[in-house]
Design a protein around this ligand. Structure first.
Ligand SMILES: Nc1nc2c(c(=O)[nH]1)N[C@H]1C(S)=C(S)[C@@H](COP(=O)(O)OP(=O)(O)OC[C@H]3O[C@@H](n4cnc5c(=O)[nH]c(N)nc54)[C@H](O)[C@@H]3O)O[C@H]1N2
Ligand SMILES: Nc1nc2c(c(=O)[nH]1)N[C@H]1C(S)=C(S)[C@@H](COP(=O)(O)OP(=O)(O)OC[C@H]3O[C@@H](n4cnc5c(=O)[nH]c(N)nc54)[C@H](O)[C@@H]3O)O[C@H]1N2
Ligand SMILES: [Mo]
Length: 773
């Protein structure tokens, strides 16, 4: 790497735009792009990973699979053998052919959920789905780990999730109306660092600060003090996790008792108020949902709950719910109830007020919506209909043919013989990983494309090494309204190929090469998608002009249309919501008609099922998003690793709970329940309320033996794998109870960042590992 040859090229990830310092082959640093005044440091850790020990540099096949063929050996407990691309491609193509011929295409699970990386063309989900569609189709997944419960319930009662997002109040409106923001689950500034598809420049948190300066007031109702930016000067109201619906009911009860509800709004724009009011006042179950009642459940005193209600009187109010509230047992209820509160106060659809759908939880939420839509790599048509709700993967794999309920209908799980993943990691995102490891043994074959020897690669049969976004040309253009060039900054090491090259080889082998590639190289496709984007939206610079401008430009403003909630308010007859009544459904005849005991016809307080084990496991575990990473991505990089304690993921624990367990700041602790156990590094303090611990997601799963203690601190060995309800079947990660104790004895090393081939040999002896303590 000589200084003279070194240059800087623009690049973009889900966490922002950067300049990559490169000699043309190797990237030495990512520095924030000058266009970004509030950049995320997450990207700075990426270069340290590209040539690290955990980088995959050639196709690998699990030893047992190579010897015994499909369906043999144990995933997660085997060594790996490097093979040529020719061998690897042959194995995968033959297996696709065998499985689809013998069992049909529904036996291939290609949901491949996950964030992958930014880039309109190389977007791994588009790549894999286009490929599998041409191969005859695959069993897909619906909804997301982020928002499944919200997506399904809002579709039933409020015209859909996109309508809620399009109707979100912006920080600017909140500033103009000096609104009161009641943020259930907070507005963690660390979460606005990222956005799917990229971020030109970070403006979300500065928007929040401007709203505060203009006179908006923020209340953060959350177990963690640091769930909002300090500059917001928010009132912190600690709450027992999983009890938000009770508190919202207590607020509603107080408002209606004071006769301050907006009867006119309820009458004109909602249905079912009468039914809900019966419940609110306990006429159906004998329990008035008073502030006192809510207090006994949530740990917030009744006076505070009443005060929150009183503060909404005569004040434009936002009832915001983070995504975390609905990634929990009965997760459908919190967003539905927040919407109901916003209907009670009549704020729904008013600028700067109403329902705040996950405000600030992603960079795009809270900033103005731009109707600009870039072109995408077409996935084609999926020729078969089989699907699962995304978080039901372990159920599907372990009980083929079993019936499941989802959104009013009953379906059967297909019998999966082959799993194919590119651009996501179920051993990061799924709950109850020990259960997943068991279910994961059932299919005959697991194929993955990965950058690194991470937990997914370690549980695969055929591992194909994929290029990172720094090793490809592309462009990013996301919901934040910027267009960013991604200029190839490094050569992929070793035998690494892009996802596109891999799928092109496979397509050729399977006889549909030309259909997949359309005879275009990757660079041809990038040029073509950029051309289509420009064709759709006048005012976008040419590629050369984009580069001359530094590689990042704002996209032209495209009118997104009137937000649906506002349009409804203006003229309900002309702009009904997409619900059976055309209005907000506080009581949904449709949902009531499904007769689900875990999701009744109106927002309802339902205690989390997890609470049945509270005696043995007294601490609530919240496993939110990591400050130093995007999920599990680049956990092997220096930025993420600088945040570890003794190499373990930090766990926040309250002073009182720590003292009761003789745990000191910096201790290695064992976190456990009936589902699993992991180590973590204690951070003792007052930022988390007593009775709750916080362990972020994303430490690479690192069991000392299959199913054993996770040495590194992945919370998903502890979280329950339960659908939110039969309505949405979403993930319920945030409803987990655990116990914590000081760890005694020799601390096992971190092996998560070791090369793939060595993963089993190292098991016995805990050798000293480079970079771990
Ligand atoms: N306990 C708990 N669990 C959770 C959550 C929680 O709050 N608590 N949150 C959930 C949520 S909201 C989400 S969105 C999920 C996120 O879950 P995922 O999206 O699955 O997590 P990532 O770590 O982003 O996984 C992306 C993977 O794709 C790989 N990758 C990146 N780019 C490319 C590429 O171009 N090609 C290929 N082939 N691979 C690539 C990365 O190396 C990485 O392994 O996690 C969920 N899991
Ligand atoms: N830095 C960074 N930012 C990210 C991501 C990332 O990986 N890294 N991932 C992005 C993605 S994919 C998504 S979907 C969003 C997720 O956005 P969210 O789901 O909103 O984020 P979380 O961090 O899971 O949770 C936010 C806070 O909710 C609180 N909380 C948990 N359970 C409860 C509860 O029952 N009641 C109340 N009142 N509070 C509770 C926790 O204290 C937690 O800090 O974040 C995005 N932002
Ligand atoms: Mo997410």
């Amino acid at each position: 790497m000589t200084g003279s040859r070194s240059r800087r090229v623009p690049t973009a990830g889900h966490f922002g735009t950067y300049l990559a310092e490169t000699d043309g082959t190797v990237v030495t640093a990512l520095t924030p792009h000058p266009i970004d005044d509030d950049p995320s440091p997450i990207g700075t850790g990426v270069p340290s990973t590209l040539h690290s020990r955990s980088r995959l540099t050639s196709p690998m096949v699990r030893r047992g699979y190579l010897d015994g063929g499909p369906g043999t050996g144990v995933r997660g407990d085997d060594t790996y053998v490097p093979v040529s691309w020719d061998t690897a491609v042959g194995l995968v193509a033959d297996e696709i052919d065998r499985v689809r011929g013998r069992y049909g295409n529904s036996a291939i699970y290609g949901g491949s959920y996950g964030w992958g990386s930014a880039g309109r063309f190389h977007h791994p989900q588009s790549q894999i789905h286009r490929f599998l569609n041409l191969a005859g189709g695959y069993t897909a997944s619906v909804e997301s780990y982020s928002s499944a419960a919200m997506q399904v319930v809002l579709r039933r009662v409020a015209g859909g999730y996109p309508a809620a997002l399009a109707s979100n109040p912006t920080w600017q409106e909140i500033a103009e109306h000096r609104s009161l923001v009641l943020a259930f689950g907070g507005i963690a500034a660390r979460n606005a660092q990222v956005n799917g598809g990229g971020i030109g420049a970070h403006v979300n948190v500065s928007g929040q600060r401007k709203a505060r300066e203009a006179g908006a007031d923020f209340v953060v109702i959350s177990p963690q003090r640091t769930d909002s930016d300090d500059a917001l000067d928010a009132q912190w109201v600690p709450i027992v996790p999983g009890t938000d619906v009770a508190v919202m009911l207590g607020i509603a009860h107080t408002i209606v008792t004071a006769d301050r509800h907006d009867r006119d709004f309820l009458e004109r724009f909602t249905v079912g108020w009468d039914r809900f009011e019966q419940y609110l006042f306990g006429r159906t179950d004998g329990i008035p949902k008073s502030a006192e009642w809510a207090s006994s459940i949530s740990g917030i005193d009744a006076a505070t709950i009443r005060e929150l209600a009183h503060r909404t009187f005569g004040r434009r109010t936002v009832f915001a719910t983070s995504y975390s509230l609905q990634r929990a047992d009965h997760g459908e209820q919190a967003p539905w109830m927040a919407l109901t509160l916003a209907a009670i106060t009549g704020d729904l659809g008013l600028p700067g007020g109403g329902f705040g759908c996950a405000l600030g939880a992603l960079h795009q939420l809270g900033i103005p919506v731009n109707g600009f839509r870039p072109a995408a790599f077409e996935q084609g048509v999926r020729p078969i209909a089989d699907f699962i709700p995304v978080a039901r993967i372990a159920d599907m794999l372990s009980t083929p043919g079993a019936e499941f309920d989802y959104d009013g209908a009953r379906y059967r799980y297909p019998d999966i013989k082959m799993v194919y993943w590119a651009g996501g990691n179920p051993f990061h995102h799924h709950q109850d990983l020990n259960r997943l490891v068991g279910a994961w043994q059932r299919p005959d074959t697991v194929v993955v494309h990965e950058h690194f020897a991470n937990s997914l690669a370690r549980h695969a049969d055929i591992v194909l090494p994929a290029a990172t976004w720094l090793e490809r040309n592309d462009f990013a253009a996301g919901a934040d309204g910027y267009i960013s060039a991604i200029v190839k900054a490094a050569e992929p090491p070793g035998d690494v190929k892009t996802d596109y090259e891999i799928f092109s080889l496979l397509s050729e082998r399977l006889g549909f090469g030309r259909e997949f590639t359309a005879d275009q190289t990757a660079d041809d496709w990038v040029t073509e998608l950029y051309r289509r984007t420009r064709e759709r939206t006048p005012g976008i610079p040419t590629w050369d002009e984009l580069l001359e401008a530094g590689g990042v430009v704002p996209a032209p403003e495209v009118d997104p249309g009137v937000p649906p909630y506002r349009a409804l308010r203006a003229d309900p007859a002309a702009h009904p919501l997409a619900t059976p009544s055309g209005r907000f459904e506080i009581f949904s005849e449709t949902i009531a008609g499904f007769d689900y005991d875990d999701c009744p016809g109106h927002p309802t307080w339902l205690p989390p099922r997890e609470w049945s084990v509270a005696e043995a496991f007294p601490l609530h575990l919240v496993s939110g998003q990591p400050e130093r990473r995007l999920h599990s991505q680049f956990d092997n990089g220096d930025h993420s690793r600088a945040g570890k304690i003794e190499g373990r993921e930090p766990i926040l624990i309250n002073r009182v709970d720590a003292a009761a367990r003789s745990i000191a700041d910096g201790d290695v602790v064992r976190v456990f329940n009936d589902r699993g156990q992991c180590l973590a590094g204690a951070v003792v303090g007052d930022d988390i309320m007593s009775g709750v611990v916080r362990l972020s997601t994303g430490a690479w799963y690192d069991p000392v033996e299959p199913g054993g203690l996770d040495a590194h601190g992945n919370p998903n060995v502890l979280t329950p794998d339960r659908g939110t309800s039969r309505l949405a079947q979403g993930p319920s990660a945030h409803s987990a109870l655990v116990q914590v104790e000081k760890f005694v004895g020799p601390v096992p090393p971190i092996r998560a960042f070791e090369p793939l081939g060595s993963c089993v040999e190292n098991l016995q002896v805990y050798p000293s590992v480079e970079g771990s303590t």
